[in-house]
Every structure is written in structure tokens, then in C-alpha cells.
Design a protein around this ligand. Structure first.
Ligand code: ZN
Ligand code: MN
Length: 489
């Protein structure tokens, strides 16, 4: 029911996304040798005549940018164009010192970096292939800093450190039909980008999304500069509602550019949409055409790691995990690497432990990471921690319940045996010890024991009392047996 309701809510919605990704793993900018890493640096210190657009300066292409774009194109299954040249996209705005952005253009004889490609998503356990239009390289504009909201700020500050940083723009076809599909699309894209090792999308400002949204048969609006993947779903929902409300009131929609205000969580009309001709695209004469040989592509291909889709299939085979588990596990490359390092390091592990290891990673560990807004490589948890933990549980040294209380200490890097020792929480399986505790509990809780004749559930209450006395250390099976023996007396 829920699913049907959702489909009908959005069945006439059309969404296309333009995702800008900064290649944060580069050392230098796209056309100059300025340091690419501008975050946390003094404003306007990572600049030179080229990225400031001073007259007479000449841009030179960063070869590694081209290699990174090739990696992404291969990973997304795009067709790479063997030759292309850059274009000037003209517009007048303070974030662009030259008054044009060096970009690529797929018309007027120009070509994108690569055409086509696809991203496969899964929603409500249904797979859908989302067709990409193209990907291209371009330079990032400077960073504008506003006081408060962009709409009311009395001034804008410009930091040119970001100017000229390499962006890859990934343009989808208008093939998404709900904000949820867009969210899944971005989740998969983020994963693929992580696997290609071209960018760290967890860095603030490393991705920006422009979303084209329309209701079938009506003009579309373009919501610009949604500054994180998380915000996209929210912005789309809001914008769809706005358009539907207008139509309901009998108004017609206009083609316009809107801005997502992530503080007020609304879209604001900025200007009616500029049309492509307003950008006066023309070839960038200061850069030579780029040729990409088959040989170069082959070399890049060889260096590419296994991609998440293939890896999920292999995880099902190698570790007998379900399709569901495998697909979630491979999404974050660091988690998947951690998993493989762990399960491969212990020869005695088989399918049961593979599943246990997966459950720990996707359960308690992921929950801890979410709650602490952290990523696994920033913690001191090692693959061996989980190996040791699972072995102790399976050997009966600690109960699974107690193991869960170790997570905080584990994340600090404390070895498992040390945690067990410090906590004094190893499992108690010794019959004599358990009998003594049961005896005490029976003595102290005569009323519950008497209640047992009428109410068999009093058994659970007594077991609970035993557990409470020992902070959950008693082996539950043995304890149950001994309490029952006492009750029969
Ligand atoms: Zn520069
Ligand atoms: Mn762009």
C-alpha cells in the first residue's frame, strides 16, 4: 500500500541531476600548479595569474585531471571521446574573475569528455538503470561568502583559492521519477567515486548538485547549488510540492532558476532561467585540443580497482553472503576493505563467521559511526578486533550481549582481551558458580517462586534476577536449566 501511494504521488515527476564533483585527490588545480587543497587555508593565498584570470596568463591542462576523468568514465561505462577541446562559458558574476568558465561543450563541434554511461539503483527491492547523458571537465569558480542568506546579504566576499580546482560534472538524463530515486542515484555515484579514488566526497563542499525538476507537461525549474548529497532529497521534495501547489491553484509554471536555501529549507526564485545562447559558448583558443589514445585508456583501466557491483557479486560467492548483505557491505569501500581484511586473516572462519562479521560491521559498528558522525578509517578499530571478538563469543568466553557493551572501548583501539579483563565480564559457565547465584535469587524472591505455580512466566523473571546480579555474565542456557531444577524441587 505504502509503495503504491508513493508511486502515485510522484508518477508525473521528472528529475534530472547535474552533479559537480571536485577532484579533491589531485595535488594541483585544473590549469595551473596552485595547491588544490584550499580547505581551512587563509583566503586568497592559493592563487596565481592563471586561476585569477589575469590578462596574458596561459592555462595548461593537468594531465592527472584527464586520467581521473578517464577513471570515472570507465567506472560509469561511458564512451570516452578520443579528442575534444575546451570552451569558454561566458557569464558575468563575481565568482569568475575572467568572466568565463573554462568548460566543455557538446554542441557547435564540441564534445563532452565522455558520453552515456549508467548507474544502477535499487529501490523497494526493484532494480532500475538510470541513463547518464555525459560527463565533462570544468574549472570550479571562486567561493562566495555571504552574510546570512544569499537573498538578503548586504555584500559578498570572494575567496579565489577554490577558483580553478578541477570539477567533473556528471549529467544524467531526465530519468528519475522521485526524490527517493535521486537519493539512491547519489548514493551509488558516491560509492563509485570512492572506488575510483579521485575524490573524497565526505569533505565539505566537494560536491554540488543542480536539479532539473518538472511535472510532466509543464515548464521545469532548475534548483542550483544544493551543497550536499543529503540536501538533495529534501530540496526535491520541497520543489515538487511548490510546483504542484501552484498547478492546483490554476497557475502555470515558468522556466526559472531557483536557489536552495538550506537554512530555511525552501527554494527561492533567483532569476528566470538563462538560455544556453546567453552563455555565448566558444572554443577556448588558449588550450590545445586534447587527444586520448586507446593505449592511455587501457593503462588507466589496468589501475582501476574492482567496482562495487562486481565486488558485491564476488562477496556472495566468496563469503556466501546474501545479495542484500553484499550490496550494503560494498557501498563504502573502506568498510568493504575492512571486511575482507578481517575475514581473510582468520583461517578458521567459515560461512557462519563471515555472516557474523558482516552483522557486526553493518550493525553495531555502523551505528556507532553514524552516532559519532565518523568514518571507519578515522577510528582505531582494526579488522583483528572483530576477529577476536567473534572468536571469544563463539568459544563461549563472553556472551553476545556483553560483546555489544565493548563497542565504545573497541573503537578506541583497546585490544579485546584487555577489555574483557578490565570489565570482569567474561561469561560464567561454571555450574557450581551459577547454582550458588540461583540459590541466592530463589531465597531472596520467595514471592516470585510461589507465583510460578500459577504463572510459568515467573521463570523469566527469576532468570532476569540472576542476570542482573552478574551484569549479564551468566550463560543463559545453563542458567535456565538450573533455575528450572530448583523450581521442580
Ligand atoms: Zn593558480
Ligand atoms: Mn557546470
Amino acid at each position: 500500500m505504502e509503495v503504491n501511494k508513493m508511486n502515485s504521488k510522484y508518477e508525473d515527476v521528472i528529475i534530472g541531476l547535474e552533479v559537480h564533483i571536485q577532484l579533491t585527490n589531485l595535488k594541483t588545480k585544473l590549469f595551473c600548479s596552485c595547491n588544490n587543497e584550499y580547505r581551512g587555508k587563509e583566503p586568497n593565498t592559493h592563487v596565481c595569474p592563471i586561476c585569477l584570470g589575469l590578462p596574458g596568463s596561459l592555462p595548461v591542462i593537468n594531465k592527472i585531471s584527464v586520467e581521473f576523468a578517464t577513471r570515472l568514465a570507465l567506472a560509469l561505462g561511458c564512451d570516452i571521446n578520443e579528442s575534444f577541446w575546451f570552451f569558454r562559458k561566458n557569464y558575468f558574476y563575481p565568482d569568475m574573475a575572467k568572466n568565463f568558465q573554462i568548460s566543455q561543450y557538446n554542441k557547435a563541434g564540441g564534445r563532452a569528455f565522455a558520453d552515456g554511461g549508467k548507474i544502477t539503483i535499487k529501490l523497494n527491492s526493484k532494480k532500475k538503470e538510470l541513463q547518464l547523458n555525459r560527463i565533462h571537465l570544468e574549472e570550479d569558480p571562486a567561493r562566495l561568502v555571504h552574510k546570512g542568506s544569499i537573498a538578503t546579504s548586504p555584500y559578498a566576499l570572494v575567496d579565489y583559492n577554490r577558483s580553478g580546482v578541477t570539477l567533473i560534472e556528471i549529467v544524467s538524463d531526465p530519468v528519475m521519477n522521485s526524490p527517493e530515486e535521486a537519493r539512491e542515484y547519489l548514493k551509488q555515484l558516491k560509492s563509485i567515486v570512492q572506488y575510483t579514488e579521485i575524490s573524497d566526497l565526505d569533505l565539505d563542499g566537494s560536491c554540488r548538485v543542480d536539479a532539473n525538476i518538472s511535472i510532466k507537461g509543464h515548464a521545469r525549474s532548475e534548483v542550483k547549488n544544493i551543497n550536499s548529497f543529503k540536501e538533495v532529497e529534501r530540496a526535491l521534495k520541497w520543489e515538487i510540492q511548490r510546483q504542484k501547489n501552484l498547478l492546483k491553484r490554476g497557475k502555470e509554471l515558468i522556466q526559472e532558476t531557483r536557489h536552495w536555501d538550506d537554512k530555511r529549507r525552501v527554494t527561492i526564485g533567483l532569476r528566470t532561467k538563462e538560455f544556453e545562447k546567453d552563455y555565448r559558448y566558444f572554443p577556448e583558443q588558449d588550450l590545445v585540443p586534447i587527444e586520448i589514445t586507446k593505449d592511455f585508456i587501457e593503462q588507466v583501466k589496468k589501475k582501476l580497482p574492482e567496482m562495487p557491483n562486481a565486488r558485491a557479486k564476488r562477496f556472495q560467492k566468496d563469503y556466501q553472503l546474501s545479495e542484500f548483505d553484499s550490496e550494503i557491505l560494498v557501498l563504502d569501500k573502506d568498510i568493504a576493505d575492512f571486511y575482507e581484511n578481517g575475514v581473510k586473516s582468520e583461517k578458521s572462519f567459515g560461512p557462519d563467521e563471515y555472516k557474523q562479521y558482516c552483522n557486526w560491521l553493518m550493525g553495531d559498528i555502523s551505528r556507532w559511526l553514524n552516532e559519532n558522525n565518523n568514518v571507519i578509517k578515522e577510528t582505531k578499530l582494526t579488522p583483528k578486533h572483530l576477529v577476536d571478538l567473534i572468536k571469544l563469543i563463539n568459544e563461549g568466553e563472553i556472551t553476545g550481549k556483553i560483546a555489544k557493551t565493548f563497542v565504545n572501548e573497541m573503537m578506541k583501539g583497546t585490544p579485546i582481551l584487555e577489555i574483557v579483563k578490565k570489565s570482569g565480564k567474561s561469561r560464567i559457565a561454571d555450574k557450581n558458580k551459577i547454582t550458588k547465584i540461583v540459590e541466592e535469587v530463589i531465597k531472596e524472591n520467595r514471592d516470585i517462586v510461589n507465583d510460578y505455580q500459577k504463572n510459568p512466566r515467573a521463570l523469566e523473571a527469576l532468570i532476569g534476577k540472576c542476570m542482573k546480579k552478574t551484569k549479564g555474565q551468566l550463560d543463559p542456557e545453563i542458567t535456565r536449566k538450573i533455575v528450572l531444577e530448583f523450581l521442580k524441587k
